[in-house]
Design a protein around this ligand. Structure first.
Ligand code: ADP
Length: 177
């Protein structure tokens, strides 16, 4: 991200984040309750580099963030090396082991591959501050919340696209010094 390009003061995180209103919902994993098969289906139906993990679909409370690559590797390893891990096994990101039915297959525990403190901003955070954080911390993505509920995600590419759009619309709105 070029340090000389600055945003109009009016851009907020909510203006840059995905999904847009017309887009499909944010693809998230729940910290428990999803099966290996469901997680694989979600990952394979998208190209996203990562997935937020939430407490539940209802709460949308953020627990962490997992990279697509780490998920696929761990599921593959689990299936190959962990006795009894099958498509119906529950994927668990919680600290404690889940309570499972007596006849349930063993769970696949993946807390270890989750980033427990992904960077977040609120929907009303001005984009100049968000861009500053991206630069200073070298972020690839950042999550957007409202009142503690996960709303969306902003990647470095989303920021670059937004900057390009502003430049096309109004070249004077970008300050070169
Ligand atoms: P990049 O922006 O570098 O291509 P991704 O492939 O992860 O990175 O994301 C592609 C687009 O999808 C971006 O606009 C991003 O905001 C959005 N996105 C990323 N992860 C998710 C997700 N889990 N659910 C919905 N949209 C996402």
């Amino acid at each position: 991200l070029e340090p000389k390009e600055e945003f109009e003061h009016s851009s907020l995180a909510v203006d840059v984040m995905r999904p847009r209103r017309s887009d499909p919902a944010l693809a998230v994993l729940t910290q428990e309750g999803m099966t290996v098969g469901q997680v694989e289906a979600l990952v394979e139906s998208t190209h996203y580099s990562g997935f937020p993990v939430v407490v539940s679909q209802e709460s949308q409370r953020l627990v962490g963030f997992v990279l697509r690559r780490d998920l696929l590797i761990s599921i593959d390893n689990g299936r190959k090396r962990q006795e009894g891990v099958v498509s119906a096994s529950q994927v668990v990101f919680t600290e404690h082991a889940p309570s499972l039915a007596a006849d349930a297959p063993p769970p696949l525990r993946l807390r270890g591959i989750m980033d427990l403190s992904p960077f977040t901003v609120t929907d009303h955070t001005p984009m100049d501050i968000t861009v500053d954080i991206f630069r200073k911390l070298g972020l690839r993505q950042c999550l957007v919340t409202h009142n503690g509920r996960l709303l969306g995600i902003i990647t470095k590419k989303d920021i670059l696209k937004h900057m390009a759009q502003i430049a096309n619309r109004d070249p004077d709105s970008i300050l070169f010094n």
